[in-house]
Design a binder for this molecule. Structure first.
Ligand code: PMP
Length: 295
């Protein structure tokens, strides 16, 4: 049986200030965002009824919209409240949440002048982002045919829908070739991130992660850096070239959806699912579920 389409479900979606029945949360075909990618979004998870780092996500949504030149008429506090209302209305405790903001259909044309900002927030139960059986052995990543753009060619620090065009193409290419996801280099050829998650590498007990100067500095990424440092692990943010992947023992991805996912291989380079990866995955799981890591 086909999975239920996302426009045909029971429940409530918050749309421009009020909860509306799920099937009625619609936009017009002549919406600026659909034609010109003037859309930004968030992805966050609730654990036991509490959205992890909710304020950071709502703040990033504001920042993403600002980078794209528009201002959300709802404050961070109002967005936080709306997210909690959505969880409650849908009687969800563990869920994935998707706030999305976009320029509407008030005007059509490249110029955004005269369009209004809109905001919707939906939530649904969502299990692991990657198949847990594959994640247990480490997922397999293809080197993407597309590269993360330079900061002077795209608004790289906004979580903007337009940036996912090459992520979707890369993911599709990877899946068609039997991989679980794609791993993207940046425009210089340096190691960057996966299509929807940041990357970490382990060598000799230290953690290495590329400097996020042309891709998202993920909220999970920063959480993992904190958790590792609390354990006394050295964390090095720096330029990483693909040739160096040969020398790393472990690799994992981080993201609100992906959480901590072990990687088994990237292109020709192989990694083991080791103790550091398992420990940080557990620390993250403890933290998001309200338990004290390392207790
Ligand atoms: N990079 C990309 C391209 C992403 O889509 C995500 C998921 N939002 C991340 C990194 C990780 O960000 P976060 O940890 O804030 O979810």
């Amino acid at each position: 049986m086909a999975a239920t389409s996302f426009d045909d479900r029971d429940g409530w979606i918050w749309l421009d200030g009020k909860l509306v029945p799920w099937r009625e949360a619609e936009v017009h075909v002549l919406t600026h965002a659909l034609h010109y990618a003037s859309s930004v979004f968030e992805g966050q998870r609730a654990y036991g009824g509490v959205v992890f780092k909710l304020t950071e996500h709502s703040e990033r949504l504001h920042k993403s919209a600002n980078i794209l030149g528009f201002e959300l008429p709802w404050s961070v506090d109002e967005i936080n409240t709306a997210c909690n209302e959505v969880l409650k209305a849908n009687e969800l405790s563990d869920a994935y949440m998707r706030p999305v903001a976009w320029r509407g259909s008030e005007k059509m044309g490249v110029s955004p002048d005269g369009t209004k900002p809109h905001l919707a927030i939906a939530a649904w139960p969502w299990g692991k982002y990657f198949d847990p059986a594959k994640a247990a052995k480490g997922i397999r990543l293809e080197i993407a045919p597309w590269r993360r753009p330079a900061p002077y060619t795209a608004p790289v620090h906004s979580k903007a829908a337009g940036l996912y065009m090459i992520a979707t193409l890369s993911r599709q290419h990877a899946e068609q070739n039997g991989y679980d996801d794609a791993f993207m280099l940046d425009w210089r050829g340096q190691v960057a991130e996966a299509t929807g998650a940041n990357a970490f590498f382990v060598r000799d007990g230290s953690l290495h992660t590329p400097t996020p100067d042309c891709f998202l500095d993920g909220i999970t990424r920063r959480t993992i850096i904190d958790l590792a440092r609390k354990r006394g692990v050295e964390v090095v943010e720096r330029t990483i070239w693909p040739e160096e992947l040969e020398s790393f023992e472990q690799m994992f991805l981080t993201g609100s959806a992906a959480e901590v996912t072990p990687v088994g291989s990237v292109g020709p380079w192989n990694f083991e699912v080791g103790d550091m990866t398992r420990q940080l995955a557990k620390d993250y799981d403890d933290l998001v579920n309200g338990r004290i890591p390392n207790a």
